[in-house]
Design a protein around this ligand. Structure first.
Ligand SMILES: [Zn+2]
Length: 460
């Protein structure tokens, strides 16, 4: 019965023995899906003959921050160079790699990264997209060339997309000129706003949403940021902030303020803002940022890989902050792995266990998971979140019969997935489409084959 067909049943109904709803774990859950959204939720309801049946259902996870093209570099930068390796030496390597990529390559790598995201349980991605130009900075005939490739990749893979075209204007704080290797990313504000204008009509027709992404305070000056914020309407705004200590120090030298402090002083941040990383916050910044309603997109695997630092997630949640996760560099793609590392990084620092649990929510896995579903939806501009009427039909089915799930139920299923790293994601529905079946993306073979030849060409 687990065959997806939009034509055969309208609406499609998924039925779960147990599912995690905003109301908690419920038995006999029926989710009616129409036009990619959850139309109706019932529980303690028997399965009907045409229902597609599963044992365990949980919401899909938003991925609030991705640079999909970087997936192709995974594993290629893990050897020590001449100097001290850090974020900045990694960035040089990344610049050399991206210089080889054509729009076809960007599309092929992005599409494959999205397949892997879906297989791991990410159902909607915020693509922080900054490779706008041809190598050496020449313009494509269509200024939206690479943005349209990202949209095509998301459509083929069947993942939800909030495209976040990036304005990258300067090479450093104080309007430092763009470096040679950054010319593929560079736009001026007029180009950028024209790009947004062009994409906004297109995104709506293909069912994707659009946000704005001033890259960082080092790559965008106060005037450019003001111009972007002035045109935002209701769109989300994402910005990298306080990822690296060197960046915090350079910002302080430039403005007398730390990056997050600068943003809090100059803008009334609200729930449409998403600050990516926010790894280095002082106590005042942490408290004020949480109170602002802005989301923090933590990217634990990438932050660990690049040696950035650790986000104080439990303090941020305690201050009622909105928290999301992002796969960022995509060196590894995994919902469970990101959540696990978010918790483990803090355990290693504070030498306690179950850091992200709370008095109201004793299960660490459950609190991590639910908070990041909520924060991720907010960051990507989705009003509804979780398995609730009106929300995107983003659903994961977990394998109740896997040996790692034996003798568990409810919150401990989540914990066995997240902390036991058991491969229990069997089926994924994204925007009402059945994209992953029995652990495999349904188009994986075709998409992987194009990715394989792309990678062979890029590495030759
Ligand atoms: Zn990033």
């Amino acid at each position: 019965v687990q065959q997806w067909s939009a034509v055969a049943h309208s609406p499609i109904v998924l039925w779960f023995e147990r599912a995690l709803l905003p109301e908690g774990w419920q038995a006999g859950v029926r989710l009616e899906i129409a036009e990619g959204r959850v139309a109706r939720v019932q529980w303690q309801a028997p399965a009907q003959p045409n229902d597609i049946r599963y044992r365990i259902g949980i919401p899909g996870m938003p991925n609030a921050h991705s640079h999909a093209f970087q997936r192709a570099m995974s594993g290629l930068t893990e050897r020590r160079g001449a100097a001290n390796d850090d974020f900045w030496s990694w960035r040089e390597w990344m610049y050399r790699f991206v210089d080889r990529m054509t729009p076809d390559d960007i599309e092929a790598v992005t599409r494959f990264a999205y397949v892997e995201m879906l297989e791991s349980g990410f159902t909607h991605v915020g693509e922080f997209h900054y490779v706008h130009n041809a190598p050496q900075g020449a313009r494509y005939a269509d200024r939206a060339e690479t943005s349209l490739r990202v949209m095509a990749a998301a459509r083929d893979a069947g993942i939800g997309l909030t495209l976040l075209p990036v304005l990258y204007r300067y090479g450093g704080f104080g309007a430092a000129p763009i470096a040679e290797r950054q010319r593929r990313f560079a736009l001026d504000v007029d180009d950028y706003l024209a790009l947004i204008e062009q994409l906004s009509s297109h995104a709506a027709t293909v069912g994707f949403s659009l946000g704005l992404a001033p890259h960082s305070l080092r790559a965008v000056g106060p005037a450019e940021l003001a111009a972007i914020v002035a045109t935002r309407g209701s769109r989300p705004i994402h910005i990298h902030a306080a990822e690296q200590l060197a960046e915090v120090n350079a910002c302080t030298a430039w403005s007398g303020q730390r990056p997050v402090e600068w943003l809090l002083t100059h803008y009334s941040l609200d729930d449409r803002w998403c600050l990516v990383h926010a790894t280095h916050l002082n106590d005042v910044e942490l408290t004020q940022l949480a109170a602002s309603g802005a989301t923090v997109a933590a990217c634990p695997i990438t932050e660990a890989n690049l040696g950035d630092g650790v986000f104080r997630a439990e303090e941020f949640l305690h201050a009622k902050g909105a928290l999301a996760i992002g796969s960022d560099s995509n060196v590894e793609i995994g919902v469970a792995a990101e959540l696990r590392l978010l918790e483990y990084s803090r355990r290693l620092q504070v030498r306690r266990r179950n850091i992200l649990a709370s008095p109201e929510r004793a299960s660490t896995a459950r609190r991590l998971f639910e908070q990041c579903v909520f924060g991720g939806a907010r960051a990507l501009g989705n009003a509804a979140y979780g398995l609730a009427a009106g929300g995107r039909a983003d659903v994961i089915a977990l394998d109740a019969s896997h040996i790692a799930m034996l003798g568990r139920d409810d919150d401990d299923w989540l914990a066995s997935w997240i902390f036991g790293a058991a491969p229990v994601v069997t089926d994924v529905w994204a925007g009402g489409k059945h994209v992953v079946q029995n652990g495999r993306h349904r188009q994986r073979a075709a998409i992987e084959s194009v990715y394989r030849s792309t990678l062979q060409k890029l590495l030759s």
